[in-house]
Design a protein around this ligand. Sequence first.
Ligand SMILES: [Zn+2]
Length: 673
Amino acid sequence: MNSISNRRLNFRVEGEAPGSKARASRLTTLHNEVETPVFMPVATRAVIRTQDMAAVDELGFPVLLANTYHLLIRPGTDVFRKFGGIHKFMNWERSVLTDSGGFQVFSLPNAVKISEEGAAFRSYHDGSTILLSPEKSIETQKCIGSDIMMAMDQCIPSTSEYGLCEESVELTARWAGRSLAARGDSLQSIFGIVQGACYPDLRKRSAGQITALPFDGYAIGGLAVGETGNERNDMTELTASLLPPDYPRYLMGVGTPIDLLEAVHRGVDMFDCILPTSHGQQGVAYTSQGIIELRRGVYKFSDKPIDENCTCPACRRYSRGYIHHLIKTGEYYGGNLVGVHNLTFYRNLMQTMRRHILAGDFYPYYLEQRDILVRGDENHPPVPTRVKKRKETLSLGSYEVVRQDGGFHSIRHVSSGEVMHSVTDPLVEAKRLYVDQLNIAETLSGHSAGSYIVWDVGLGAGTNAMATVREYEKIYEEMGELPELRIISFENDLDSLRLAVKNPSLFPHVKHPAPAAILGKGEWSSSRFPVKWILHEGDFCEHINSAVIPHCIYYDPFSLHTDTPLWRYSLFRELHEKCSGYKTMLFTYSSSTQVRGALLAAGFYVGRGAGTGPKSETTAAFSTPEACPPWIELLDREWLGRFERSSSKHGADCSEEEKIEIERRVLEHPQFD
Ligand SMILES: [Zn+2]
């Protein structure tokens, strides 16, 4: 067979499968031989979450992946220098691959300033600003001492528009050259990464640029970030075909067992993904008979193991019924057991594929497994939900459901005619305007004083609160530790939430236990994550004094005309006093001069918030200048000039004395010094 080798990894293709592009190969790192196809479990912070590393060691994975971004922040490079690298630090004797850290930086919303030099972000550990450049990334990876380093690339959502993708391809090529140069004469290997989203011509351009550089292997990046399965398979096939045959090919961040099978069939050698353990925590197990979800009640009395053909520690010792119980009660050990089972399944899948490639019968195996790997539990098929003709309740109290042109549904306040989230899909708007600006990953990681409190003023149909709960759950799964989040919603009329809960098909955000609990008991706590949601029913103004001081306020009542008292200067003053001594952020959809003026006069520092739908900007306010994150631009003197000239800067019910006071306080505001 092909025996061309490159210098550092001595990569050799040992077998190719007829009827397929699948191949079996062997490479040698600084620590051991690696047979491919290979799956690399993700040890984010030098440990695989929920797993006993001694048990993982016994499974014999030849390579682990560790995240440079997380390790750079904690424990930091000094610790790796002291220990002489990650292998000694975590007592792992086989290979380690490190990513560049770029992917994590780019997945933090708003937190990044990208320049030719690199990507700047704020440390979630101590709040300091860190510039991740290709040189800094490689220097960190050298310190960590991984066997295989990754060049720094710019990863953007695979669904981004062409122009953005083209720029990212070009930047990635320049950063690839700098990464390679920064490696110098280190014996550590380094892989280049091909970008280009789902645009074939950009994939070709990027592959040409990256493979022109003398890397030790090539990765396919920018997939598994938003595209469909078919798009991913097509782009994998195209990109793999553009890579030189005598170097390892690595598909980053992918995927489920079926994804691995499809990509091996298309010529990929290496994979990493958090799914075996993150799905494990949700009780999703991959078996030789298909996928089973251990949360389901059908397993409550089952004394069979997860998979009768598996010899993992979970299947040797425990029944489905026991693991179902652990998962249902949120016990950590449940996630540990399903995780170790899934890791075993992945390891076996890779070894079996390799065996079939070498035996020359991979293609028939591929055809058979394509069906099996996506099968559900055929002995316990999902019970078809009985189709009940139910009369839809499309109005309740003061509210009614309206269908918008964009195909989504909103709730209208009948008497005022005001529609909650009328132009943009409510969930999209809630995410962009409130959740993304709160920036849970970064803000909560940097928060050290007890629970993080979010006030949700104007609960409405619960969209903002639910978008926050879901984002928190997602980020918690990824990061593993965050302070407790407590959402306090204020609402005087629960009919709009009731209306949404009665129509879950129109308002999918209510498909979660929390909204019903809020309606029933006025509060909800998650059994799996430290997140709590509490309702204060009644007028917001009456609750300000007694409610716990917030770190962030979603200010989303009806408009100035409908909810006039909630936009008054006097109320904002009360709010500002409430938060004095705290670093509190406030986000609201309004960008009116009147609202901004009232906030400034009340003592808030006021800046331009993210745009959403037709609004190019909204408003973000901060109790102190220290609470303002670096990506928010505070209003400047030009805005002040417009304020002075504006004829609509005061509410209709504002007294003359109040008008004078507001103007004076805005003009004297230290923000404009
Ligand atoms: Zn098992």
